[in-house]
Design a protein around this ligand. Structure first.
Ligand SMILES: [Zn+2]
Length: 412
């Protein structure tokens, strides 16, 4: 027999509408939304939930997380046994759900084991979409070896094994991309420019050859997946766009030409400004190197400007956080940081509708319309007036439901 829950007495924040509306009711049946109506819904067997005039909105989507990366200096993952890596990932994922994120997209690290653990109830966390290991060339953002290490390191018993794979040459990229998809990857993550957390690759370095990028895109497409690329500079973004990459991760140093091309190719930017602010503030304390902190300064400057450029050219920007280690507690601060250049509804859409498009799940997540998964949150106030209600580790959320089941419910 199906189980029904009827939500009443709420202000509706459906992101497709774009404004708060009163007088609605919402019926959940099993794990889906059965009906959203501005007339009373007949459902005599449903459990009724009176929201006390609070705001009902879809569960949030973070399109760039690293569930596994529980160290700020990723190199330190080598000191972690796999058991501890999994346990820490569980803590991080539960904290995300507590903050109202009912769906997250991992862009390197989380594997099908963690994903299965959530799906089978062994880990309490959001819906998880995974990349498996991110893929990059020798000496690039994915290469976490010390300079004193030559050749391959044995990572079979430590946390570094989840992080990334190094591949050189078209055939190797093909093989490693295929391997990620064999391991259940929902998207293939490649590194196309230098990074912050990797000390030795210059930020403006261009990573992977044309042929290597094309091979990754070809394999992902053939398997029904897509490629997301780590890229900061306009040059790297333009290369990614030319070769069929679908989403740009970070993109802080984008320019008008690159944004124009992204719009033409129906690409998405997944921005994650919060991580740069958090790293500036606290990463040194957690062992981030001076080289990395120096690079952080450069991309931090580009953050807000990148959002403005994308807006100008109609590039959809999804909500990302990308927080490493103990900085993960700042995940919801992206909402308030973006206010400097975006309106509240634009920011909420980035964490709902646009996130759903990135995941190729429009109508399934990020909305309260009939047929979507019953992923929702009840907020103590109006987030369109005060986005800070989404901050503070879920303190202002009276209810969180994922797939029709309450993760939290302090209503009636
Ligand atoms: Zn990342």
């Amino acid at each position: 027999m199906s189980v029904q829950t009827l939500f009443t007495n709420f202000s509706l924040l459906e992101p497709t509408f774009g404004e708060i509306r009163g007088g609605y009711q919402l019926l959940v049946e099993d794990d889906k939304i059965r009906e959203l109506s501005d007339k009373p819904i007949k459902a005599k067997d449903a459990v009724r939930v009176d929201c006390g005039k609070r705001t009902l909105m879809p569960g949030l989507i973070d399109s760039h997380v690293h569930a596994i990366h529980s160290e700020v200096n990723i190199r330190f993952m080598e000191n972690l046994p796999l058991t501890l890596v999994a346990a820490r990932a569980a803590t991080r994922l539960t904290a995300m759900l507590n903050r109202g994120f009912t769906t997250v997209r991992d862009t390197g690290g989380a594997d099908w084991g963690i994903k299965t653990a959530i799906e089978t109830g062994h880990i309490v966390g959001p819906r998880l979409f995974i990349a498996g290991q991110s893929i990059g060339p020798t000496g690039g953002h994915s290469d976490s070896r010390r300079r004193t290490s030559s050749g391959d390191e044995c990572m079979c018993c430590n946390g570094l094994q989840f992080k990334s794979a190094v591949a050189d040459g078209v055939d190797e990229v093909r093989k490693v991309a295929r391997e990620q998809m064999r391991q259940g990857a929902d998207h293939v993550k490649i590194m196309m420019s230098g990074g912050v957390a990797s000390p030795y690759d210059p930020l403006d370095s261009l990573q992977f050859s044309d042929g290597e990028v094309k091979a990754a895109v070809e394999e992902a497409t053939a398997f029904g997946r897509y490629v997301c690329a780590h890229a900061y500079s306009a040059k790297a973004i333009i290369r990614a766009a030319k070769f069929g990459v679908r989403t740009i991760e970070h993109g802080n140093l984008i320019d008008d030409t690159a944004a124009k091309l992204m719009a033409q190719k129906d690409m998405f930017l997944v921005a994650n400004l919060v991580t740069y602010y958090a790293m500036k503030e606290r990463a040194a304390k957690w062992g981030m190197t001076a080289e990395s902190l120096e690079k952080n300064e450069i991309v931090l400057q580009g953050g807000l400007k990148s959002l403005e450029i994308c807006k100008r050219h109609g590039v959809p920007v999804a909500y990302g956080s990308d927080l490493l280690g103990e900085l993960h507690w700042d995940q919801s601060n992206e909402f308030t940081i973006r206010q400097a250049v975006m309106s509240p509804i634009e920011i909420i859409r980035s964490a709902t509708l646009i996130g759903a498009d990135v995941l190729r799940m429009p109508g399934k997540v990020g909305t309260l319309k009939a047929g979507a998964f019953a992923d929702l949150i009840v907020v103590d106030g109006n987030p369109l007036k005060n986005l800070a209600l989404l901050v503070d580790q879920g303190k202002h959320l009276s209810a969180i439901m994922k797939g029709g089941k309450f993760h939290k419910n302090r209503l009636n």
